[in-house]
Design a protein. Structure first.
Length: 256
């Protein structure tokens, strides 16, 4: 059980981040939800989650594209035993047409934010004598596809940051690992479907089966519960000696 531990999950008002927050709360952890939106429903989501699982749950606004806000999120949380770096965005375009501001935003949100939160959280984990860092990379942190240059560069970077964090904490009761999901059906993936339909001139079902799940041999999307469950495993005693590595949850993608 994770009772008494506080988990901070970046980008957790939807999709995988929310799924991870739910599984950590189910395992007994207090949770801090985050996004940049600060809407009433974000706070209501945290309250409902806390009630459902009988844990303390809060929402803290912070824009993960800004380093000082990443660090302020951890400071405001007050405790951070489990840090899940999940916030991420995507943009699909060929390199020579890739908008520079999209490149900068993706590197900031998908990669640099994890550097800032990790830097802020490590002193707290050391003071507490225990810590778990789970970085949400991607199958695209281990392999590439065309038209996703910034995302793939950032997700490979996350794997490198994870390894370095693990080496710097290797002799301490702190671990750092990356989860590499294949396709998980979330708003982020949903938003790519129209672009992929246009790029490949296919209908929705065909593009999902032939293009999106073409590299996922199981031909099934992974679920947010499965990513959450993998996160809980990485926080369990069975995973105490698992550090500096990646766990793929990708239906066989990286076996191809
Ligand atoms: P999503 O769009 O449903 O969720 C993204 C989350 O990030 C949201 O909570 C959003 O509020 C938050 N976010 C975006 N910009 C932010 C910012 N500037 N500051 C703070 N929060 C911000 O997407 P998702 O599919 O749940 O993706 C979550 C993570 O999982 C991402 O890092 C993504 O790259 C990764 N991932 C997703 C898949 C997939 O198939 N869905 C596969 C591999 C990896």
């Amino acid at each position: 059980t994770l009772a008494g531990k506080t988990a901070v999950i970046t980008g957790s008002n939807s999709g995988i981040g929310l799924g991870i927050a739910r599984e950590l709360a189910r395992a007994g952890a207090d949770v801090v939800l985050n996004s940049f939106t600060d809407r009433e429903e974000d706070h209501a989501l945290a309250a409902a989650l806390g009630e459902e699982f009988g844990v303390a749950a809060r929402y803290i606004k912070a824009d993960m594209s800004k380093g000082d806000e990443c660090r302020a999120l951890i400071e405001q949380a007050g405790a951070c035993d489990i840090l899940v770096n999940n916030a991420g965005i995507q943009h699909v375009a060929p390199i020579d047409e890739f908008p520079v501001e999209k490149w900068d935003a993706i590197i900031a949100i998908n990669l640099s934010s994890a550097f800032h939160t990790t830097a802020a959280a490590l002193p707290m984990m050391r003071a507490a004598g225990w810590g778990r860092i789970v970085n949400i990379s991607s199958a695209h942190g281990l392999t590439a596809s065309p038209f996703k240059a910034a995302y793939i560069a950032a997700k490979h970077g996350v794997v490198g940051l994870t390894k370095t964090t693990a080496l710097e904490t290797a002799e301490e009761p702190i671990t750092a690992n990356a989860i590499c999901p294949g396709y998980v059906l979330t708003p982020l993936v949903e938003a790519q479907i129209p672009d992929q339909m246009k790029a490949h001139n296919m209908d929705r079902d065909t593009v999902v089966r032939e293009v999106m799940l073409e590299r996922q041999p199981s031909r099934q999307f992974a679920t947010v519960e499965q990513i959450g469950g993998t996160t809980v495993f990485l926080c369990s005693p069975a995973a105490d000696q698992i550090t500096g590595t990646t766990i793929s949850v990708d239906g066989g993608w990286t076996a191809l």
